[in-house]
Design a binder for this molecule. Structure first.
Ligand SMILES: [Zn+2]
Length: 270
């Protein structure tokens, strides 16, 4: 099994603030993944994406992209702009050599869960057609969301995947934990992922503060909400062959290093 670790965005200990500085810092720390955050908008040109991608490839860093937060595929008025933000992210991802674009699909709003599902499914179908038509080598990653008002349980996303193979669930363990009122059965989650038989998986991990509505704040690993050690144990016993765990902790890469240590302590050797 191969486990890739790294931060959501440029490491906090990076000397420079560019994406390239960030990737170099990730490599320097002995980590091997980084998520490029387009969360406030897609502000990277194609040429820049190509140069960033080349450096990441040379340094052996696996890239992923997080699409903007302002996305709601369940709202007809926001649909076109939302799809464009995701597709712009996909185009950059292709030139970056990033294999997956992660996004939060949307909010149920006044819709029934079934209706919201239909909207997300249709939007995913259309976006996937564009991805295929352009020959972009990227997967659409639907993140499990942290609020009960948001579309995005693991079950909903698995259902989307069964209809559109290029759409895959991105498990955010903290979000599942928050959404379930402070509970997560790692084995059960991993078994659901295994049943998809994907070549590789992409996930997010951090600790989290929550209310009855779901997530509130991301926390550092030490809070054990949820416990990374438990995930690590479940993971090395699982049949998953390749997985990336992106740290969304406030101290980003420092917690990736802690994850690495925890994995090492239970016998995982990278
Ligand atoms: Zn996210």
């Amino acid at each position: 099994m191969k486990i890739h670790l790294g931060p959501a965005g440029i490491p906090i200990t990076s000397k420079g603030s560019s994406t390239i500085d960030g990737i170099k810092r990730v490599a320097e720390l002995g980590l091997d993944a980084m998520e490029i955050e387009f969360v406030r908008g897609v502000h990277m040109g194609i040429e820049m994406a190509k140069s960033v991608g080349k450096i990441a490839k040379d340094l052996g860093i696996i890239l992923s992209v997080h699409a903007p937060y302002f996305i709601n595929l369940c709202n007809p008025e926001k649909l076109e702009a939302s799809k464009k933000r995701i597709l712009d992210s996909c185009e950059r991802a292709h030139y970056l050599g990033a294999w997956i674009v992660v996004f939060h699909p949307g909010y149920y709003g006044g819709l029934s869960k079934e209706k919201a599902f239909e909207y997300v499914e249709k939007a995913c179908e259309e976006m996937n057609e564009t991805v295929e038509k352009n020959g972009w080598n990227v997967k659409l990653g639907l993140e499990t969301t942290g609020k009960v008002s948001q579309f995005g349980t693991l079950e909903e996303e698995i259902k989307i995947h069964r209809k559109i193979r290029n759409c895959i669930p991105v498990v955010d363990f903290a979000h599942i934990f928050a959404r379930n009122g402070g509970h997560i059965d790692f084995r059960e989650v991993l078994e659901k992922l295994e049943s998809l038989h994907l070549e590789r998986y992409h996930t997010h991990f951090s600790n989290i503060e929550y209310t009855e509505k779901g997530e509130r704040n991301h926390l550092t690993l030490g809070h054990k909400k949820p416990d990374f050690g438990e995930l690590a144990k479940a993971l090395i016993k699982s049949r998953i062959r390749e997985i990336t765990i992106i740290s969304e902790s406030p101290i980003l890469e420092k917690d990736s290093l802690k994850m690495k240590e925890i994995l090492k302590n239970i016998g995982y050797n990278s």
